[in-house]
Ligand binder design. Structure first.
Ligand SMILES: NC(=O)c1ccc[n+]([C@@H]2O[C@H](COP(=O)([O-])OP(=O)(O)OC[C@H]3O[C@@H](n4cnc5c(N)ncnc54)[C@H](OP(=O)(O)O)[C@@H]3O)[C@@H](O)[C@H]2O)c1
Length: 237
C-alpha cells in the first residue's frame, strides 16, 4: 500500500512553473493574498506531509556541506529519527545533494529519499542533523517502493506532491498521482520553452500520462481571481 498522492501546484494560465516570472497582479489585487492561497488550500487536504524534488528542496534547505563528526554509516537500512508527531517534509534526492543542518523545514520533519549509492559520510551527516532517510533502490528511481515505505514506516496515508515539474513528471510516469490540485494564477509567463508544472524528462521519451485519464471533480474561484481546479486521475482499463 502507498499513500494517496495529490499533486498540488500553482501555475500561470499557460501552465508555467515559476511564479517569479508571472505578470504582475492587476490593480487593487494583492499579490501576497494571491500567493497565500497555496498554503491555505494545502491545509484543507489535511495531509501527513509534502514531497518535493531535489531542486525545490535545495531552495528551502539552508545547511551546507560538512564533514560529519561521527563514523560514516555503511548499512543501507531506513533510518527513522525522532519525528515528534510532526508532518513530513520529504525530499526526493537520489544523489544526496541537499544539506539541511536541522531536522525540519518550517516545522515539518525531513525525510530524505536516497539512492543506495549515496556516500556513507552523507548518511552520517543526516543522522547528526536528526533527518530521517529511506532508500529508493540502487539508483534512487524506485519511487513506488519509496512511497510504500512512507506508508509502512511513517504511517503516511495522504501526501501532497509539491513539485517541481520534473519530479511531478516522474510521479505521473510511474502512475503515482491520484489527484491534481491546480491553482491558476491570473497571470501569464508566455516565453517558449519555460518550465511547466509537469515536465517529464525521462530517457524513454514517453508521454508520462499515457494510459491515464483526468476527470474534473472541483472548480472554485478564490479571492483575487485565482481558480482552483481539482482533477481525479484514472487508469484506462
Ligand atoms: N509553481 C509551483 O507550485 C512550484 C512548486 C514547487 C516548486 N516550484 C519551483 O520549481 C523549481 C524546480 O523545479 P524542477 O522541475 O526544476 O526540479 P524539481 O522537480 O524540484 O527537482 C528535480 C530533481 O529531482 C531529482 N529526482 C529524483 N527522482 C527523480 C526522478 N525519478 N526523475 C527525475 N528527477 C528526479 C533529480 O535530482 P538530481 O538532479 O540531483 O538527480 C532532479 O534533477 C524551483 O524553482 C521551484 O521554486 C514551483
Amino acid at each position: 500500500m502507498r499513500p494517496f498522492i495529490i499533486c498540488h501546484m500553482v501555475t500561470s494560465i499557460d501552465g508555467r512553473l515559476h511564479p517569479s516570472r508571472f505578470t504582475a497582479a492587476a490593480s487593487r489585487l494583492s499579490a501576497s493574498q494571491l500567493a497565500s492561497h497555496y498554503e491555505s488550500v494545502a491545509e484543507q487536504f489535511e495531509a501527513d506531509g509534502w514531497i518535493v524534488g531535489r531542486k525545490t528542496m535545495s531552495e528551502m534547505a539552508k545547511g551546507s556541506e560538512r564533514a560529519a563528526a561521527s563514523k560514516p554509516i555503511a548499512t543501507r537500512e531506513p533510518y527513522l529519527a525522532d519525528r515528534k508527531d510532526r508532518n513530513l517534509a520529504i525530499a526526493i534526492d537520489p544523489k544526496g545533494r541537499v544539506h539541511y543542518g536541522k531536522d525540519n523545514i518550517g516545522g515539518d520533519h525531513i525525510v530524505a529519499v536516497l539512492a543506495e549509492a549515496v556516500a556513507d559520510s552523507y548518511l552520517a551527516e543526516l543522522r547528526e542533523d536528526g533527518v530521517s532517510y529511506i532508500f529508493a533502490g540502487p539508483e534512487g528511481d524506485d519511487l513506488s517502493g519509496a512511497m510504500a515505505q512512507l506508508a509502512s514506516l511513517f504511517g503516511a496515508k495522504k501526501l501532497l506532491l509539491e513539485g517541481g515539474g520534473i519530479l511531478n513528471g516522474a510521479f505521473l510516469r510511474h502512475r503515482l498521482i491520484d489527484e491534481f490540485s491546480t491553482l491558476i494564477y491570473p497571470a501569464v509567463d508566455g516565453v517558449a520553452g519555460t518550465p511547466s508544472i509537469i515536465d517529464y524528462n525521462g530517457a524513454d521519451g514517453r508521454q508520462p500520462g499515457a494510459g491515464q485519464t483526468l476527470r474534473l471533480i472541483g472548480c472554485e474561484a478564490l479571492d483575487g481571481g485565482m481558480v482552483w481546479l481539482r482533477h481525479a486521475v484514472g487508469v484506462i482499463s
